[in-house]
Design a protein around this ligand. Structure first.
Ligand code: HEM
Length: 179
């Protein structure tokens, strides 16, 4: 069983929120800090909000792409990666009504992995799934990078937001943090 991770928006925590932008759909309140705990059940009485997700199996990645990703990617928690982004995303009913092979075709033709690969190893990433947890978002995406790669990260999100895949994004919040 995968353990659930909680992102807790609160008055204290490891990551200080420096910016919260609503990209699409309803926004969420801007906390001062975000803390991350692997205890998905821990109650959060003082929190402004808490979002839960879990690390899951891959859905769309081909074997050759998996190998390329593994060869290029950097781990989280690098000492120099003091900047982070938490981008919660919800996809539309139209997306979820598609068959798996149709979703995969859109994911492929949008070149999500090809685009992403260009930004490794500078940007480290982790994807959390939450659609099956009855959460307000379908995915919590987490990225870490060094301050000198902040502009690079802007370019990456800009590129992805212009793909066909993003036409199926209903709600997206872009939260930037520093450690
Ligand atoms: C750092 C470069 C990136 C790489 C290498 C990358 C790679 C990937 C890969 C391999 C998957 C598919 C996992 C699977 O097979 O199920 C994926 C999914 C996803 N990525 Fe990225 N990604 C990057 C950046 C981003 C960014 C910046 C965002 C958000 C702005 C993002 C949002 C997502 C979402 C929401 C999914 C889930 C899609 C779905 O299952 O429908 N990714 N990414």
């Amino acid at each position: 069983m995968n353990s659930t991770t909680q992102f807790i928006g609160s008055h204290s925590g490891l990551w200080k929120v420096i910016q919260l932008n609503r990209v699409k759909g309803e926004s969420i309140a801007k906390p001062e800090y975000i803390d991350i705990t692997n205890d998905g059940d821990a109650p959060q009485s003082n929190a402004l909000w808490s979002l839960k997700g879990f690390n899951s199996n891959i859905r769309y990645t081909h074997k050759d792409e998996k190998q390329l990703l593994q060869a290029k990617q950097a781990p989280l928690a690098r000492p120099e990666a003091t900047c982070a982004a938490l981008i919660p995303i919800k996809k539309s009913d139209a997306w979820w009504e598609l068959a798996q092979d149709e979703r995969r075709a859109i994911f492929d033709s949008s070149k999500h992995i090809g685009i992403g690969l260009d930004y490794l190893p500078q940007i480290a990433r982790k994807l959390y799934h939450c659609r099956d947890l009855n959460e307000p978002f379908d995915f919590l995406t987490w990225f870490e990078y060094a301050p000198e790669n902040a502009a690079l990260f802007e370019r990456l999100v800009e590129q992805l937001r212009h793909t066909e895949e993003w036409e199926y994004v209903d709600r997206e919040i872009d939260i930037r943090l520093v450690r």
